[in-house]
Design a protein. Structure first.
Length: 816
């Protein structure tokens, strides 16, 4: 028998027709490839067992390339080694700042390195888009400089200290608290709230420095921005406020018929608000258009347009005492009093600097039929002003009309529903116009339709009124319910919205905290309008730029946003209105007047006596103020400024990346001073073209003295001007060149010190005391006196200016 080495595994004697006996003896089936393949085929049926999905990629790499199909011949790039792949991955994931530093080591400036790196990224992105590796991104809209949101220059605090956080940390803080502006105030990450709390603790010292300087600065200015108002707006607002006195009776008794306890502060009140018992009619909603505050939004101030769209005679046609729907809706509702939402809101809000009016309220009690019985139905008229109103209150009233016009309030304002007498008159007129048979038939159909509409108040209301009618309860037991007629503000994205606004008088400092009365105004507006979303708008006091828009998801969110003291105050105001509703419900038919005196709301009846003694009655003419009457003087600044809202950002905080109420970032100088050589050269040329420069003493001794003396001279605050100017408004990137005058600049030219005649180096103390070499008067001046150039036009001519301090070229004033 032959050895195993002589056996050919690919030869099988069973596959030939006539094998020899020797071949059969030497054949071993398990060493025969043919027999093994045959057995595998019989068992598997010819299916692939190891690689049913085909040959794997790792096996393809070991296959021999076919002849004439090498990478060199086909033009494919050569394979990269693992080392090259690792190096490319490392370069790809290298941080941006390391790439910039590498280019700067080659001699480029930071600006040139950043531009070159940006161009490389754009070229790489264009290559990937052309190759189809990535999808092309949607192009971002470019915003012009003049279309960016309003941004003021930094409010300077005379201190050497800087913020404890860098510019990047300022931006992160602002990004986190920007979520508070949304309707649903939720943070993106769970640790964001704890992070803000920790940063607030670190910011406490510098926020105190910032806030103290704000109070000190505006306490000493001669003209505060709260006095700002336009002349036409002031007269028009007074006319609107004083125009309702015609609805008063001629005389009212001096003796009250009833008294209601009317406290202005919280006295053991529970935290609650009025509640909606039933909505009788929703009315028609307007379509409001709120602007995109990511762009510059400036409210138009066209006085003639406002006077035309909001005429003084408009309220005469819409008095609640003449509304026929009130009587129809009161039937079967167990309510004896009706009032406008604006009237209840004024009863809900107390007096402050922004709500400086003293009001009286006319009350009319009528006898009406209710389910076959005569009952009393009282109407509380709109509030009537009885005092000279201050500028902040009048300007708040006028800016509300400006915002109404800007939001499209007047573009979609249908006429209110005609009363029953108007319907009857139009019915008879249409019947007389039917001259032919068809016309008479159509006229009868029109009469039937109007009869059905007059019988159904809801169909009548749906015809075009924007008024909403509902029953509001001021107590849980329904003992103080009232029928409220409110004006629908409108809808936005199928959501019922209401809005209120606040005038920001210190927008370059920060957003002011909302006063308690402002918060009550917002809560009352949301409740009586039954809105799903409330928008609170903040407006610049004289530029009329929209600075911020807060959103609250309904009345409960507005109520929850207040402090515990505010919520308790809301409960006290709710209870005092409930007591007033009880007393008015007991009145008989007639005319009355509500007047507040010393914490008590008096109900005064109409005077019907024949006695002409003025001590027995109140003449309604004496309640109307004159147009030229002067209001009360504003209290000190610290009494009406409510402080800085540290967790509310205006749009300029978001643009500049600044934490509200904080000092300049710790890396502010490095962040804004670095730039291209050409950019610095151009700025230097612009500076030289402006002419005058400040000079600083370059000696070590002089520098120390200059800082101390300047800190004292900086507290001499300039006069504050409420007109648009560089102090409050500066639209440019660079802050304005306003500098407080030094004592030298305030001197007349004849008394200015002698010009310095020598530019030699400062001598030692021994040389300076030498009698032969006396210093010039300019060298004997204090560093503060040398800080600014003289007013004389010929002084300093031909001299080489000294180098400016690096901080001075960015700010108005001396270095902090």
């Amino acid at each position: 028998m032959a050895s195993e080495d002589e056996i050919d595994p690919d030869f099988c004697p069973l596959s030939i027709e006539k094998p020899t006996l020797q071949q059969l003896e030497q054949h071993v089936w398990y060493m025969c490839n043919v027999c093994s393949a045959r057995k595998i085929h019989d068992r598997t049926g010819g299916r692939e067992i190891l690689f049913p999905d085909g040959v794997p990629d790792w096996m393809k790499g070991h296959t021999e390339p076919e002849e004439g199909n090498t990478r060199k011949e086909t033009g494919e790039p050569p394979r990269k080694s693992r080392k090259q792949l690792r190096q490319e991955e490392k370069e790809k994931n290298k941080p941006h700042y390391e790439k910039v530093l590498e280019k700067m080591k080659l001699g480029k400036t930071r600006r040139e390195a950043q531009l070159e790196l940006a161009q490389e990224k754009r070229a790489e992105y264009a290559r990937k888009v052309a190759a189809g590796e990535v999808e092309k991104k949607k192009e971002k809209a470019l915003v012009e400089k003049d279309m960016m949101p309003w941004k003021p220059p930094p409010f300077k605090v005379p201190t050497k200290e800087m913020s404890v956080f860098s510019h990047a940390e300022h931006k992160r803080y602002v990004a986190i608290i920007s979520n508070n502006l949304k309707a649903v105030k939720e943070q993106r990450f769970e640790n964001n709230k704890a992070e803000i709390e920790e940063m607030d603790v670190a910011l406490e010292p510098e926020r105190k420095i910032y806030s103290d300087h704000v109070y000190e600065f505006f306490k000493n200015v001669k003209k505060i921005p709260y006095l700002y108002i336009e002349y036409n707006a002031k007269n028009y607002s007074k006319q609107r406020a004083y125009n309702r006195h015609r609805h008063l009776s001629e005389k009212y008794s001096i003796e009250p018929l009833a008294e209601v306890y009317w406290p202005d502060s919280t006295e053991d009140a529970t935290m609650r608000t009025p509640r909606i018992v039933e909505t009788i009619e929703t009315g028609r909603y307007r379509k409001l258009k709120f602007p995109d505050i990511r762009r510059k939004v400036t409210v138009k101030r066209e006085f003639e347009s406002i006077r035309e769209k909001f005429p003084l005679e408009a309220e005469e046609k819409d008095r609640i005492e003449d509304d026929a729907l009130i009587e129809e809706f009161s039937k079967g509702k167990e309510v004896k009093i009706a009032a406008d939402a604006s009237t209840l809101r004024r009863l809900f809000v107390g007096k402050t600097i922004l709500f400086d009016e003293n009001f009286v309220y006319p009350v009319t009690v009528k006898r009406v039929f209710n389910e076959g019985r005569l009952e009393n139905l009282a109407f509380i008229g709109k509030p009537i002003v009885t005092n000279a109103v201050n500028n902040p209150t009048l300007w708040r009233r006028y800016t509300k009309l400006l915002l109404k016009d800007a939001f499209g309030y007047t573009e979609d304002a249908p006429d209110t529903l005609r009363n029953a007498d108007d319907n009857k008159q139009s019915t008879s007129t249409s019947g007389n116009n039917g001259n032919d048979i068809l016309g008479s038939i159509l006229g009868e159909m029109h009469e039937d339709a109007q009869d059905q509409t007059s019988d159904n108040p809801k169909k009548k209301s749906a015809a075009g009124t924007v008024k909403q009618y509902s029953v509001v309860g001021f107590r849980e037991d329904d003992s103080a319910n009232i029928l409220v007629r409110s004006n629908n503000d409108g809808k936005e994205k199928n959501q019922v919205v209401s809005w209120s606004h606040k005038v920001e008088y210190l927008p370059n400092v920060c957003a002011e905290k909302m006063h308690a009365e402002e918060w009550l105004w917002m809560v009352a507006t949301t409740i009586f309008n039954q809105s799903e979303t409330h928008v609170h708008v903040r407006v610049h006091y004289n530029e009329l730029d929209v600075l911020q828009m807060q959103r609250f998801p309904g009345s409960y969110a507005c109520f929850k946003d207040g402090t515990p003291e505010m919520r308790a105050l809301a409960g006290e105001r709710t209870e005092r209105i409930a007591r007033l509703i009880e007393e008015i419900g007991n009145l008989q038919s007639g005319n009355y007047l509500l007047q507040e005196r010393n914490g008590t709301m008096l109900i005064l009846p109409e005077y019907t006596g024949s006695d002409e003694n003025p001590e027995n009655f109140i003449d309604s003419a004496s309640l109307k103020p004159e147009m030229l009457d002067k209001p009360e003087i504003l209290p000190p600044f610290e009494r009406y400024f409510n402080g800085i809202d540290e967790h509310l950002i205006l749009m300029w905080h978001l643009v500049a990346g600044r934490i509200p109420g904080s000092l300049l970032p710790s890396d502010f100088i490095n962040y804004f001073a670095k730039g291209d050589k050409h950019e610095k050269k151009n700025k230097e040329k612009k500076r030289q073209s402006k002419g005058k420069k400040r000079k600083f003493n370059t000696s070590a001794e002089g520098d120390t003295t200059a800082e101390d003396v300047f800190a004292e001279s900086y507290t001499e605050l300039p006069e504050f001007d409420d007109e648009p100017g560089p102090l409050m408004i500066d639209q440019d990137d660079e802050p304005s060149d306003y500098v407080p005058k030094s004592p030298v600049e305030q001197m007349p030219p004849s008394e200015s010190p002698v010009e310095q005649t020598s530019s030699s180096k400062r001598k030692s103390p021994v040389e300076q005391t030498s009698p032969s070499e006396q210093t010039s008067p300019s060298e004997q001046m204090s560093p503060t006196e040398q800080a600014g150039p003289s007013r004389h036009p010929k002084e300093g001519a031909g001299k080489k200016h000294q180098k400016r301090h690096p901080l001075f070229k960015r700010f108005r004033g001396a270095p902090n």
